[in-house]
Ligand binder design. Sequence first.
Ligand code: 2AM
Ligand code: CA
Length: 261
Amino acid sequence: MNGSANLNVMIKAARAAGRSLVKDFREVENLQVSMKGAGDFVSKADIAAEKILKDELRGARPTYGWLAEEGGEEPGEDPTRRWIVDPLDGTTNFLHGLPHWAVSIALEHKGKIVAGVIYDAAKDEMYFAEKGAGAWMNDTRIRVSGRQRMIESVFATGLPFGGRSDLPMTLKELAQIMPACAGVRRWGSAALDMAYVAAGRYEGYWERRLNAWDIAAGVIIVKEAGGFAQALDPADKIVESGTVICGNEVIFENFAKVIRG
Ligand code: 2AM
Ligand code: CA
């Protein structure tokens, strides 16, 4: 696909950050044995990737605003456009040597996401979408799955970690959906969960208490792949709400009914 100039800037930036992360990931795999300093090493890898992204993205588009996980928010000269960036989504996986993490970049224009890139560098899978141009993984157009029956469907979610207060709610949702479907996965990267829905690898995904940078790119990739995405409360805006439920267009209604009770 011939993307816009902005999309090309995003893909180039994701590749550069991905290269740096893959190098550090190999090192983390070695550090597992000693464990000493693995956490600090990963935060350094994360910060280094964000710097690469910032240099690439703001270097190419100096007037756009900036919102990223590590460095926070910086308004741009152009108040209508903003990069929303997660240099390393799936940090816990990265730290544990699990090859399931991604770079996520979204471009927002006048409050709407107009382009998104999610790069799984360990597997060299580049997911991307632009408004009206479909969703892609590397050279292949992707589409949400065609499964229509809940009982044949696989769903993904995020389980609250640490002492988060949303655990009882999530357990209730799991109790509702698990008997009705073919399986639930918890893989630990919100960005890749959405990319996988877009690629038809599983039928739906839901999670709450996320940040804008976890979901912004995923939303447009799912929608351009023909899927539905909403906030858990359908009256809210997804990216602002930090909640998401998405799925293929056929399953979405039943899936959302089960999750929303
Ligand atoms: P992160 O890796 O960028 O922090 C998975 O449930 C989602 O929650 C991921 O997208 C992850 O993004 C985020 N998250 C934040 N803190 C987490 C933690 N301590 N454990 C697992 N996921 C976390
Ligand atoms: Ca994240």
